[in-house]
Every structure is written in C-alpha cells, then in structure tokens.
Design a protein around this ligand. Sequence first.
Ligand SMILES: Cc1ncc(COP(=O)(O)O)c(C=O)c1O
Ligand SMILES: N[C@@H](CCOP(=O)(O)O)C(=O)O
Length: 437
Amino acid sequence: MKLYSTNTPGVTVDFKEAVFNSMPQDKGLYMPVGIPVLDRDFIENIEMYSLSEIAFKVADSILQGAIPKNELKAIIEDAINFPAPVIKLDDRTYVLELFHGPSLAFKDFGARFMSRVMSYFMTEGEKTLNVLVATSGDTGGAVALGFLGVPNTQVTILYPKGKVSAIQELQLTTNGQNIRAVEVNGTFDDCQALVKQAFTDKELNEKFRLTSANSINIARLIPQTFYYFNAYAQLKRAGKTEVVFSVPSGNFGNIGAGLLAWKMGLPVKQFIAATNVNDTVPAFFRSGLYEPKPSVATLSNAMDVGNPSNWVRIMNLFNNDLDELRKIVSTGSYTDIQTGEAVQTIFDEYDYVVCPHTAIAWAAINDYRKSSGDDNSTAVFLSTAHPCKFPDVYEGEMAGKITIPEQVKTLLGKPKQSVELGVDFAGFKEYLMGSEL
Ligand SMILES: Cc1ncc(COP(=O)(O)O)c(C=O)c1O
Ligand SMILES: N[C@@H](CCOP(=O)(O)O)C(=O)O
C-alpha cells in the first residue's frame, strides 16, 4: 500500500511509514494512492459474512499486502473481539451500536486495531514509541486501553480541563503504567494543535520517536470502515438495501471512514454529517466558505471541535469539489436544547436511551427526511458511545434504564493522575523534553 500527503501528492510512503509518521512533515494528511473497489460478488453476498470476515476482506484489499494475510487476520480477530449490532427501532429507522468495546465508544475499533498494527511493525531493541493523543473525551480512553501495558510504548493523552465527562476523565487518568494524562487549560482544538506542532518540532523528533493515535493516523481510519460494511450486511439480511447513514461528527474521522467505505464500493444512498453547534462543516456546506472557529462546550462534549482535522481528507476524496460532496453528504447542526429533546423523544418513542452525540445523529435523520422527501430509505444512525458515560444528561426513569458496565464500576473511586498545562507550545515541549520516556 502506498500513501501520499494531501499537501504533496507526488511523494509517497508505504503503510508502515505512514503509521509511524502519523502526519507528513508538510502538515498534510496521508491518503491511499488508489482506493480499491471491492468485487461485486463480495458486496452482493455480504450478508453471508461475519464481522471479522468482512473486516479482513476490507483491510486486505486496502492494505495490499502491507501486512501478510495470516498476521492481518490475527490482528483483526484480536482487536475487533466485540459486536457492532444494528438494532431496529422502527421499520425504516435503525441504530448501529458501536459502544460494545472496552472503552464503551466507537473509538475502540480504531485504537485497538492501530495498537496491534504498531506492535506488529515494531522490532525488538527499537527506540521507545511515544504516542501522543489529543482527546475531547473518548479517543483518549480507547487509546489508553488499546496501549495499556504494551511494551516499549509510552502514551501521553492531552485533554481539555473541565470539558470531558467524569467517567471519561477516569478512563483517561487512572491507568498508570505506560499511560499518562495532561490536562490542558484550553479546548480540544488547543490540545490537537499542541500534538500537531510536536510532530513538526525538530528537537522533539530528535529526542523521541513520536507518533499519533488520533484519527490523523490512517491506521485509525481503516478499521472504522469495517462497521459500515458490517452494518450494511446486517441490513441486507433484514431485506434493506437502500441505506442512509447519519453520523455524529466532530473531528470527521468517523464519516471520513464511511466515505472511504463508499468509495470502496459500499452502496450508500446518503451520508448525513450531524454536528452540535460547533458547525464549521455545516456552515461550509451553506456558504462555501471553510472557516474554522474556536469550539464551544456542549452536552455532546466529544464533538466540540472547531477545526476538524479530517476535513482535508474528505475534501481530498472529492478532489476539493464541494458540489460533488454535496451529492452524497448532507449536514445538520443541533443545539443542546435540541439534543436534550432528541434524547427524550427517542426514549418516549422507542424506550431506548442514547448518548447526546447519538441523539444528534437521530435528530438529523428527521430533518433529512423532511428536506429531501426521502421517506423510504432505511436510515441508520451511529451510536458512538454508551450513555453511562454521560450520567448528567439523564433523570428519573431514563436514568434508571441505564446499566453501568463492569469496566465503569471498577473505575469509580480510583485516584486521578494528571499534570496541568497551559495552551502554549513551549510549556508542552518543556514537559515532554523533561520527561524520561
Ligand atoms: C461519542 C462520540 N461521538 C461522536 C464523535 C465524533 O466523531 P469524529 O470525531 O470521528 O467525527 C466522537 C469523537 O470523536 C465521540 O467520542
Ligand atoms: N471526539 C474525539 C476527538 C479526537 O478525535 P480523533 O478521532 O481524531 O482521535 C475524542 O473523543 O477524543
């Protein structure tokens, strides 16, 4: 597999280099040279395959031999060892539950696959790998669990102080071993900017072997295509083939993976990119002007992103042609009041509890149906996190319906371990340089 930088398409690297570099030095993002289209026979019979069979077929096609088949199969079976069921709410509305992994968020697909791919490529005696990751809530917890105890690997998680839920914070800050947390007095965008700057800092790169576990890393994105194909397989078993996916979006890695799956031949009628009031992308669809702006805090905190890092990838997939993109993607943005109402309505109508991020994706389906007149397609909204991660959102009967998984119970009462820093790069650099990693 060869990958190019969105900023310098003429220069290519192989998959291993892209994984460890995470981001090209020219500050673009890696994209595959030539996206393979899966054979028709596979797509037409996809309902006959299991999640791990589908994941293997998709990964093998895109990686084009970068990892030998047997090793790839073992990585997938070890990483994706939890289900991603599609649940019927009514005849034309389904929810794809992506929170059955260890950190209770969809990030487990990417983080677990990526940690195993990195381990596969690492050889004995190599310099310690320093994984930097910025999180607005869920990536950090998934990456922490994905890399916990992995030899020769040190993970540093940056998160915005006071802007993640209490359970998310416990997931980030209580691991110990090779995982440490930095509380940044700023927003997620500040955390992301610090991490990105570290990758282009000469001194840091001389001292450390830095890599990113954010979705700027292509190894995070590839496994997120698996569940789109697998959702389609489940729907096909139920006799549904005209599918709309509504994706709660922040950094746009999730919908980016969906669009990659579509480019690989997954039949999708429409994608809906649903955001909270951090609406840089919906505003771009309206005005044609891409204007990143500082993020504001919302109920769906993990989507509080003002400058989505995957946007450049999505534009690149569409040759920077917004009109082409508009043919397959529509957008919607929702306030906290609308989010709360959606959580309540889903509960009242379906007796089903969703997290605030997921509620936004459901709300966007209603608006899509009204504005497009498309009443017949099967709409699937992605449920990206377990509601127990956001207990402040629910009261009364709804709160009583939420079961607390064992992995959350064991976190309660554990001491938080973190270091507090400002948003200036100099301070972050000093912290990294001063640490014996
Ligand atoms: C629960 C949840 N939903 C949605 C999102 C947004 O996903 P993405 O950043 O891939 O757009 C995130 C964060 O990534 C999240 O943690
Ligand atoms: N919403 C994310 C933000 C980081 O996104 P990533 O997918 O680029 O790692 C989070 O939960 O941390």
